[in-house]
Design a binder for this molecule. Structure first.
Ligand SMILES: Cc1cc2nc3c(=O)[nH]c(=O)nc-3n(C[C@H](O)[C@H](O)[C@H](O)COP(=O)(O)OP(=O)(O)OC[C@H]3O[C@@H](n4cnc5c(N)ncnc54)[C@H](O)[C@@H]3O)c2cc1C
Ligand SMILES: *[C@@H]1O[C@H](CO)[C@@H](O)[C@H](O)[C@H]1NC(C)=O
Ligand SMILES: *[C@@H]1O[C@H](CO)[C@@H](O)[C@H](O)[C@H]1NC(C)=O
Length: 359
């Protein structure tokens, strides 16, 4: 099997690792504009290292959502195994998740399809235990978090040292260009939001007009020592009645917390926005008061800005033959690419297996 993976975010590297684990003899090349490490922490064309990152199951709003809800379950199984095998390297941690919805949403209160299947210790929270009077629905469950920088670096190391795959650090202008260089290879397009920055160079109509970015700005917070331990053991998400989000996600390996967050549909601004910081901190003040010190200050140590690679109609995970080349599309993961990563990689593996013999 001969495969070129374009993109070294969590999706591309998971795809590459799954191929090597299932087909050690496969010839796998990864091409990426960004290095999969923190030297590119401000680069807007790599989203993974800017993400939360937790698994937050949610009830499906569409058929596409429901189909995609299978992927994080596959990732969850894999991560349970990785935690056992590599307890210190991957930064994956299984902790408690809490959902609080501050508006009436029957999809939540009905526990609609896609929400609690295969989720351990899922419990609806009783009304008298709601943390504030705006909450209309609450649930708690077991889930996982990961420091995406640590995990991405771990995937990369596995690929390089254990599997000896070839990594090419360069920007691709079109998949056509890749196809002409790598004859007889299948190409996995795992470019996230990336290729969209260069639509004219793609030799249209390759650019997918259904793709769009959802910009997110999150804060890296050092919790006060007295609550640090508590914040390392839980991820909490509030959905506000006005559509805003207020969440905390621990980076267990660095003992800091991601405080979020914004979701700007179509946003592409790469610079830090002070008003957004104030809004996020303001929303946190009443919901996470113990993150603030006696003087009402919160310890902001860093920030992340990333573009969630969203797509109308959801994830695109399918094969297409373009001219003589088999392309496997693997993009459009929006705000769920971390939790869906291994599920997507397994699906790409199945698609490639069906092409076997021809590769
Ligand atoms: C603030 C924020 C919070 C988030 N929280 C969560 C969360 O809690 N849980 C969750 O599951 N998801 C979360 N996400 C979403 C998640 O980060 C993304 O869905 C995921 O990272 C997408 O991964 P990817 O590999 O598809 O894309 P990327 O990580 O962007 O990787 C794309 C790769 O393609 C390369 N590339 C692009 N264009 C080219 C080119 N022309 N030539 C060569 N290489 C190219 C890039 O260099 C990069 O290596 C969050 C995102 C943000 C911004
Ligand atoms: C939730 O359940 C109620 C009662 O069965 C039903 O009437 C309603 O349509 C459901 N709502 C959604 C969004 O599924
Ligand atoms: C590759 O992925 C991008 C999203 O990054 C998409 O716009 C483009 O259409 C895809 N390319 C092809 C040839 O399918």
């Amino acid at each position: 099997m001969k495969v070129v993976v374009v993109g070294a975010g969590i999706i591309g590297l998971s795809v590459a690792l799954n191929i090597k684990e299932t087909h050690p003899d496969a010839s796998v090349v990864v091409i990426s504009e960004d290095l999969p490490d923190d030297s590119t922490i401000r680069s807007i064309s790599l989203t993974t290292t800017k993400s939360g990152a937790h698994f937050r199951p949610f009830p499906s709003r569409s058929r596409e959502d429901y189909i995609a809800s299978h992927y994080p379950r596959v990732t969850q199984r894999r991560f349970k195994q990785l935690v056992k095998e590599y307890p210190n390297e991957t930064s994956i941690a299984f902790i408690k998740g809490y959902d609080y919805v501050e508006k009436v949403d029957q999809l939540y209160s009905n526990l609609s399809a896609g929400y609690c299947e295969e989720i351990s210790n899922f419990k609806v929270i009783e009304q008298d235990k709601y943390p504030n009077e705006n909450v209309k629905f609450g649930a708690q469950y077991d889930t996982f978090v990961v420091n995406p920088s640590t995990y991405l670096a771990w995937l990369w190391k596995q690929l390089g040292t254990k599997h000896g795959i070839k990594f090419i650090h360069s920007t691709v202008n079109s998949l056509k260009e890749v196809a002409s260089k790598f004859k007889g290879y299948a190409i996995v397009n795992a470019t996230g939001i990336g290729l969209q920055y260069n639509p004219t160079a793609l030799g249209e109509p390759q650019y997918d007009p259904k793709c769009y970015p959802i910009r997110g700005q999150v804060l890296v917070i050092k919790p006060p020592a007295r609550v640090l331990d508590k914040y390392m053991k839980q991820t909490i998400t509030y959905q506000l009645a006005n559509g805003e989000w207020c969440f905390v996600i621990p980076r267990v390996d660095q003992q800091v917390v991601i405080l979020g967050g914004t979701k700007t549909i179509g946003g592409t601004c790469e610079t830090f926005n002070d008003d957004e910081r104030d809004k996020v901190v303001g929303n946190a003040r009443t919901r996470f008061p113990d993150l603030f010190d006696e003087n009402g200050k919160i310890e902001l140590v860093d920030y992340r800005i990333g573009l969630r690679p969203a797509r109308h109609g959801g994830v695109r995970l399918e094969r297409e033959k373009i001219e003589d080349t088999d392309i496997v599309h693997c993009y459009g993961f929006g705000g769920c690419g971390i939790e869906m990563s291994w599920g997507a990689a397994v699906k790409v593996g199945v698609i490639l297996d069906n092409l076997k013999g021809k590769l």
